[in-house]
Write a protein that binds this ligand. Structure first.
Ligand code: XMP
Length: 317
């Protein structure tokens, strides 16, 4: 019968056999799947696994540094690349959701390929593909077809003539989490909500600028921390803040303000295909609203999204 410990022993043995004394490169995202896959590969071949973690400028607040630190703790050989300025430059003047996704996907591949070229003799590409990704890529249901296009760097294997290494290919998410816990990966990574590859870029409706990213990072940080502190984080599938391209009038002291609105989103779901809006307590929402408006200059209104999927989607773009 299947146990995480058996899976790890078998998989590490198989990986050693497949890889031999060759080198593997892998894009890490801070997500559960890529972290668990990388840890398994690292167990098999050590520092011949070269991880690349790219800051695309649209990660959550402090995420780049925190995730890099965790990778270091896990002993992974990971290089962090801060490419945020490049991403901001190319996102400028591009308000369309799909255009933003394409830009982010393309730049990611460019940055990744440039790094790969610096390492002598790479022959394999590690990926955190899990079983639902395998199914999704052969069926057609809406945005999920493009979902992993950013992180599994579609097109790269052919272009670079790399052989794939996919240790999680036959696992479901809950099994990946069990393996991750058995490997000693900290729960701040294992129990994370899903986060889209294009990150905050698709939670800033319209054009993305560095200033708007800063604003949204602050609001999102307050919201996510409050969810964690109250124990509500684990009760929802996914949560995040969305920066609307709308300014409205408010009042602060005896001055009128004219600032942005943030929408809070939280959903319950089993697979992201359908979702219900999470019925978070009013008192909790009131506290988060006050904390955001009182602490984030530039936001004077907070609303809560009460739409379910379908017909709404989880993300707003
Ligand atoms: P929607 O908004 O379609 O989202 O209900 C379903 C799930 O997919 C995630 N999502 C994405 N993930 N790249 C990703 O890696 C994307 O372009 C993308 N779009 C949506 C979303 O966060 C949710 O978990």
């Amino acid at each position: 019968d299947w146990t995480p410990a058996h899976f790890i022993t078998d998989t590490v043995a198989r990986l050693k056999e497949q890889i031999g004394n060759r080198k593997v490169i892998m894009a890490l995202s801070g997500g559960v799947d890529s972290t668990v896959a990388a840890t398994l590969i690292h167990k098999a071949i050590g520092d011949r696994l070269h991880g690349i973690f790219v800051d695309n400028g649209v990660l959550r607040k402090n995420e780049f540094q925190e995730v890099l630190d965790t990778y270091k703790q896990l002993g992974l050989n990971v290089k962090g690349i801060d490419a945020s300025k490049l991403f901001y430059k190319e996102l400028k003047g591009n308000p369309e959701p799909e255009a933003k996704r394409k830009i982010i996907g393309r730049l990611f591949i460019e940055v990744f390929q440039e790094e790969a070229n610096k390492i002598e003799g790479i022959e394999l590409l590690g990926q955190g593909t899990i079983y639902p990704d395998v199914i999704e890529s052969v069926s057609v249901h809406g945005p999920s077809v493009t979902i992993k296009s950013h992180h599994n760097v579609g097109g790269l294997p052919e272009k670079m003539h790399l052989e794939l290494v996919e240790p999680l290919r036959y696992l479901f998410k809950d099994e990946v989490r069990k393996v991750g816990r058995e490997l000693g990966i900290p729960s701040n990574l294992i129990d994370r909500h899903p986060f889209p590859g294009p990150g905050l870029a698709i939670r800033i409706l319209g054009e993305v600028t560095e200033e708007k990213v800063k604003l949204l990072q602050e609001a999102d940080h307050i919201y996510i921390n409050a969810l964690k502190e109250t124990g509500l984080y684990a009760t929802v599938w996914q949560a995040g803040a969305i920066l609307l391209p709308v300014k409205s009038v408010g009042v602060m002291g005896d001055e009128r303000t004219y600032e942005y609105t943030v929408a809070l989103r939280a959903v319950t779901s089993v697979d992201g295909m359908t979702a219900d809006w999470a019925h978070l307590p009013y008192d909790f929402l009131a506290d988060v609203s006050n904390a955001i408006i009182n602490n984030v200059r530039g936001i004077n209104r907070v609303v809560y999204d009460i739409s379910s999927k379908p017909p709404a989607t989880i993300e707003w773009e």
